[in-house]
Design a protein around this ligand. Structure first.
Ligand code: ACO
Length: 324
């Protein structure tokens, strides 16, 4: 049996940092309002880099750290809802930028769960025995998806990318997974609507910008995603002591506080970095993962166990328990 493991991690964010005070100079908001409701203090905003540029930085770092040649990569998956274009995909642009000529590459669209769904997919590709090395990247330039005249959403998001090299292994590292969607509640969080426009159609509007029912999303995360995480932990007969850290999507610090309580695991095991990046959607979990490795919290020697969990538009939610 072939298994898979995360062998290297990396992240990258645009250099430009925009603080809450900076935002208060262009819209009716304040550091106090944003920080007290979300925990966010800063976000990185691209000046001229695209989503594929951010993802390519991560891909290049993963090759450098692992000494794997670009030609050895079998597949590239980029999770994003802010692609450079629908065609070519962001993943094929990354493939071209790093010269991974032997890889097949595709984007995966599952909003803030995108990285989790992509990692679960990559695990199965490797388990099939057909492929041995893949890049799984979450990358967003969310700054182009927000309406900068809407203070209720513009303050929440940021740009960035993170990713992993996943490789074949003879030991099992992916211990459990739980992936879900509920399209019937899709309208509570939307962006990038593309209307009909042919001469033979009734025209319908494009609406590029993110719209959300903040309260509904807050409740969904706290009630349903927490219950799902708790169930997954119970299903594999784990106790809180068996998990070193829980790396959850970085939407809002208050959501993390409440989720930690509902799950019944000490808040100290839930690292957070939305203070520095805001909500980077599909990029938030791999950025956090890479920072935890950089800080020495995660050793990457197979001795620790973490839970990764994403939740957001679709609606989508999913969790993985992984040895790292
Ligand atoms: N600055 C100042 N005031 C603001 C701002 C702002 N940026 N945005 C909204 N307000 C005002 C509103 O106009 C409203 O004023 P009013 O009472 O005079 O009408 C007041 O603040 C309260 O607005 P609410 O939307 O009720 O604020 P709430 O306390 O619910 O907080 C928030 C909003 C932070 C978005 C919260 O609902 C939340 O955290 N939701 C979770 C959703 C989330 O994080 N989404 C991210 C994307 S989804 C995901 O990643 C899973």
């Amino acid at each position: 049996m072939v298994y898979s493991r995360i062998s290297h991690v990396a992240h990258y964010a645009p250099k430009q940092v925009v603080s809450n005070d900076d935002l208060a100079t262009i819209m009716d908001t304040s550091d106090d309002w944003i920080a007290s409701r979300t925990g966010i203090k800063n976000r990185h905003i691209s000046e001229n880099e695209t989503t594929s540029d951010l993802a390519s930085h991560v891909a290049a770092q993963l090759l450098f750290k692992s000494s794997v040649q670009a030609s050895e990569i079998d597949f590239i998956i980029v999770a994003t809802i802010t692609p450079d274009s629908m065609m070519p995909s962001t993943a094929t642009r990354v493939q071209a930028q790093i010269g991974a000529a032997n890889a097949f590459a595709f984007d995966l669209t599952a909003a803030c769960s995108g990285f989790i769904f992509a990692l679960a997919t990559a695990d199965k590709l490797i388990q099939s025995g057909l492929y041995r090395k893949g890049l799984v990247i979450g990358a967003e330039t969310f700054s182009k998806a927000v309406d900068w005249s809407d203070r209720s959403t513009a303050v929440l998001f940021g740009d960035g990318a993170g990713g992993v090299l996943i490789e074949a292994s003879d030991k099992r590292h992916f211990l459990a997974e739980s992936l879900h969607s509920d399209g019937s509640r899709g309208e509570s969080l939307t962006s990038g609507k593309i209307g009909l426009s042919s001469p033979f159609s009734q025209k319908s509007e494009n609406d590029p910008y993110v719209k959300m029912d903040g309260r509904a999303i807050f409740d969904f995360a706290v009630r349903e995603v927490s219950a799902n995480i708790k169930q997954l932990i119970t299903d594999i007969n784990f106790s809180s002591d068996d998990l070193d850290y829980l790396l959850l999507h970085q939407a809002n610090n208050r959501i993390l506080d409440k989720m930690a309580k509902k799950i019944g695991i000490s808040r100290e095991k839930f690292p957070a970095n939305m203070m520095e990046y805001g909500n980077t959607s599909a990029a938030s979990i791999p950025i956090l993962l890479s920072e935890c490795v950089d800080k020495g919290m995660l050793k990457m020697d197979g001795s620790q166990t973490i839970l990764l969990s994403g939740f957001g538009g679709g609606l989508t939610w999913g969790s993985l328990i992984v040895k790292i």
